[in-house]
Design a protein around this ligand. Structure first.
Ligand SMILES: [Fe+2]
Length: 245
């Protein structure tokens, strides 16, 4: 599997504090079925200059574990908006960028921001909206999705480790066909680890093998090819009913 959102670089944000802890995470990722990680530290003016150094310190260890290590960044909505006029760190060599809403509702300017990003050749992936938004936001999320904003759900949310409500919203997003990716957002080996295998198994049980393969395998592969994700097959059938499920 390809993990498109992970805080595995050491001594840079609230991820692992040392190289040794980052190597522990690499081993755990490998045994969880992950062979490519896009390391995505939280954006700020102090992390950005260190990302390539941390990647070079960790990449030989990653290769020894059989993991390809790429880099990107996780922006807050306000940072993304401010940095859009300058330069944006994308996922690997793609035009996709991770953005965290950081609010409990979808801002009115979101559609316009996605349009502005599109003019600069960038495509937004909103990360873990299920941790912030309620079911009331689902129609707005579907509307955004129609306007080319993609969504990434956390593995821990599907597994129920982030609480009942994120799990409910995550399932509704899959049922509505707007969960494009599931990633770990792993930070450490204590309480925010990978859980991708378990999440894939949950999605397979609840939504079938095709949906799980699309979300966990096909779409991240398409992303690395700089191509947009495919919608999961049952999208149209359950778009309406899922809003009220
Ligand atoms: Fe994150």
């Amino acid at each position: 599997m390809i993990d498109i959102h992970c805080h595995i670089l050491h001594d840079i944000d609230d991820g692992p504090p040392s190289l040794e802890k980052a190597i522990e995470m690499l081993r755990a990722a490998k045994s969880d079925g992950i062979d490519t990680i896009i390391a995505t530290p939280h954006f700020n003016s102090t992390t950005v200059p260190v990302i390539s150094l941390r990647r070079s310190e960790l990449s030989s260890h990653a290769l020894q574990c059989g993991i390809k290590l790429l880099t990107g960044c996780e922006y807050t909505l306000s940072d993304f908006s401010a940095e859009l006029e300058k330069s944006i760190l994308v996922l690997g060599e793609t035009s996709f960028v991770l953005v965290d809403l950081n609010t409990c509702s979808i801002p009115q300017f979101m559609e316009q921001l996605a349009f502005k990003a599109g003019l600069k050749g960038l495509r937004i992936i909103l990360v873990h909206p299920e941790k912030l938004l309620t079911a009331k936001s689902l129609p707005g999320m579907i509307e955004l999705h129609l306007h080319g904003v993609f969504f990434q759900v956390n593995a821990a949310s599907i597994n129920g480790k982030s609480g009942r409500f994120p799990q409910i919203i995550a399932k509704k997003m899959i049922a509505a066909g707007i969960c494009d990716y599931i990633a770990s957002d792993a930070h450490n080996m204590k309480n925010r680890h990978f859980e991708m295998k378990q999440a894939k198994s949950c999605v397979t049980t609840l939504f079938g093998n095709d949906a799980a393969e699309t979300i966990f395998e096909l779409n991240p592969q398409l992303l690395l090819q700089n191509k947009e994700p495919e919608s999961i097959a049952f999208k149209r059938k359950s778009l309406f009913s899922s809003l009220w499920a």
